[in-house]
Design a protein around this ligand. Structure first.
Ligand SMILES: O=C(O)CCC(=O)C(=O)O
Length: 289
């Protein structure tokens, strides 16, 4: 692998993606590029459905941008591909927010998710600055390891730890396909556009496809083990941690890590008034800032 490509992600960025399920990149684009895309979007008589690139060939410049190629290669391997599908999400003033959801993969159903792997991503490009009142996308970090029925998600509103994609024009939000997300209501007087494409892995990595250094394994492991579990459910620490390490192992080829054995759960019986193993561990974990 060519580790000298400056556009590949680092081990630390891969660890963050495994933990949180998203990354925001700001590719360097020619002056006027984002405005050109907006002008063309405004001039479109109707939504072209999934024929986005045919209708807007200038998007090829974004898709071949070295930052985008480096990020997709890092997360999906050298032979990643853009899948059929995609959508131009236009969020005009006065639009109400969507319910939380995980996108559906054609033919796989809502319960079949990649909880311990990175096989498909969503690519979301924002051609204009997105201010808080313009209906940014909201997502829940870590939720890509949780499968939920669409019926149960429609009742959810604000979730602890949710993050809004309040971004500069030209930013691309790349998420694990299964992340919980939604468009929020646009309370401004400006249209918010977002162009979304799915991308997939086509083969298994023999070695990491990002800028990996074996000397970083210990610090990556510390982050996968120690960072706060998904905010959705604090009592699933063991599951969450195992799925993170399995995700690393599924994408890292030969650079595998050992899964923890069950032995760390042994030791002295709890004292009266003391804490259970799980709550002791939580106390030891860094607090959210
Ligand atoms: O428009 C947005 O911000 C997100 C919409 C979206 O991703 C969806 O409908 O699946």
């Amino acid at each position: 692998m060519n580790n000298s490509n400056p556009f590949l992600l680092t081990d630390d960025q891969i660890a963050s993606f495994i933990i949180d399920g998203y990354i925001i990149v700001e590719p360097e684009l020619p002056d006027g590029y984002n405005q050109e895309i907006i002008d063309k979007l405004r001039a479109m008589p109707e939504n072209p459905g999934e024929h986005i690139v045919e209708s807007l060939p200038a998007l090829n410049d974004l898709l071949s941008n070295p930052t985008i190629v480096g990020t997709l290669t890092s997360l999906l391997g050298h032979n990643y591909k853009r899948d059929q599908g995609g959508h131009i999400h236009m969020n005009p003033p006065g639009t109400r927010g969507q319910p939380w959801h995980q996108d559906e993969r054609f033919g796989r159903g809502h319960q079949d998710r990649d909880v311990d792997d990175i096989r498909q991503l969503m690519f979301m490009y924002y051609p204009q600055d997105v201010e808080p009142d313009m209906g940014p996308t909201v997502l829940l970090p870590g939720s890509h390891r949780r499968t939920a029925s669409p019926e149960s998600m429609v009742t959810l509103v604000n979730l602890r730890g949710q993050k809004f994609s309040i971004v500069k024009a030209g930013s691309v939000l790349l998420t694990h396909f299964d992340i919980w997300h939604a468009a929020t209501g646009n309370k401004s007087d400006r249209v918010r556009y977002m162009i979304k494409f799915p991308f997939s892995r086509t083969g298994e990595n023999a070695e990491p496809s990002w800028d990996h250094r074996s000397s970083n394994i210990a610090s990556v492991r510390q982050r996968l083990d120690g960072e706060h579990p998904s905010l959705l459910s604090r009592n699933e620490y063991e599951t969450d941690h195992t799925l993170r390490v399995r995700t690393w192992n599924n994408i890292a080829g030969s650079a595998v890590m050992q899964l923890k054995s069950g032995e760390h759960l042994g030791g002295p019986w709890p004292e009266s008034g003391g804490a259970t193993t799980a709550s002791r561990r939580r106390r030891d974990m860094p607090q959210l800032g």
